[in-house]
Design a protein around this ligand. Sequence first.
Ligand code: CA2
Length: 544
Amino acid sequence: MTKKTSAPKILLINGPNLNMLGKRSKEHYGSFTLAQVQSAFSTKAAALGVEPIFFQSNGEGEIVTAIHEAMQYAAGIVINAGAYTHYSYAIFDALLLCGLPVMEVHISNIHKREPFRSVSVIRPACVGQIYGLGLESYLVGLEKLVREHILVKDPSRTAQQADAASKEHLAELRAKISEVDTELMKVFNRRMDLAEAIAVSKMHTRTNVYDARREAEVSDLAKQQAGEEMASRVEALMKTMMRISREKQYDLLMRGDTNWSIGRELSAAGTSLDFVNRVAYGGTIGSYSEQAAAKLFPEAEKYSTFSFAEACDRVLSGAADVAVLPVENTTAGSVDTVYELLQKKSLYIVRATSIDVRHKLAVLPGTRLSDIRRVASHAQGLSQCSEMIYKSGWEPVTVENTAFAAEQVATGKDPQLAAISSEEAALRNGLEILPIEIRNESQNRTRFVAVTREPVITPSADRISTLMHLPHRSGALVSALEVFADRGLNLSSILSRPIPDTPGEYAFFLDFICPAMGQEALLSLYQLSMEMPYVKVLGWYQEE
Ligand code: CA2
């Protein structure tokens, strides 16, 4: 036995008869000698930053003793126990008790020889078993043992050397992966060509691209072929592949489809907002909706309405060209009533913007903070200032709009009632603003959309808002999102609402970033309109 210092030591044990390597039985054990095994093992060990220690014996007891001694100096063991592999419980016990990571190796394929050789009684004491690779079994065994079970900290190897060795190893693995990928690409392209041929055939037979039963069959077959362990991974792979195949088919079909209603509607959409002269907004002068309306359409006349629903009705009846509605606030979240209106009414988003909402606490002149008992605002305003309301013990009073709240305080003459509104609404109503910060968050922005009766897609449009009903099956939302993701479109917002009259089912509002009439978005919409129960484009517009 040879012993050296520094790097972690790996003991290589060769059992009975292995000293005879290269002399007989060349058909099973090749023509290399034990010395050659040890020399190749040394080279590999050096590359891995470990120090090899060699031991060979034909005696069971001696091997047991060598294992015991290894506990004093070795970091791991590689063992070819020869024929003892198949019946030596003494060696098995020694390996188990030594507590070191042990790699079992065999030159020949013990599982393809006489039945007794396929039994290894030492296997449960080992971290792995490598066989049938000839001399390579020792080297692969050593590499696996060191990489997976030994922490190599070799002061004689510089960090740069260790880094270079692992980079080299990574590069080798990557090269192998690239070879596999090249093969995969060939097979994948063949599959895509077939998908194209199927699309042509479906075009003639007017058959649906998506066939759930056929996809399940394809998936099941692949799962059977892959075996239990890989089944779920193979299923995911097949699903992706079939989705991509469908995408290719839709690309072809959309070109020849003149009946696609969304496509027709979008192509017929107006391209300018020059017609907007009358803007309806929810609330009175000084409301945040009015501020948003002024920001979006500075030249147009603004009409105040009692509610967001009324603003929408004005547009639908032709009394206004556009309605400006709040959809989301950074503190309080989405404005439910507006999403409900977008869901129910036939309106199209043509512009969007967001404004900084700086709520003020407005009171009758002369009122002190301690006089306040109740505070009025829109539900969103109350929610955005909920912390102060709760801390002060004020009773919240919900009104239709923040500007109405200011009006109510002014007309009610009740000093116990304060309003949460904009500064403008407070001053217009002759109220005084108390100098306290009322918002929960210092950043408080509300996003507004402008809606019209007919769709308008200006060349500056960069956002698409869609409304979808998804089928009641697992993974439906993911598969809808994947259609957009596959085509490189970024999701910018997602919101779900129950579908009235169909309990348990949900409508999804999905917004994506994409240029006006971008081909990728059109293809995604085409696919989803063919596969989902309901798809509507709520608007394709510029987000300011
Ligand atoms: O394949 C292996 O590495 C073995 O561990 C080798 C053992 C055998 O008993 C195992 O089943 C499998 C035997 C080694 C015998 O070595 C010889 C060397 C030269 C000539 C004859 C035998």
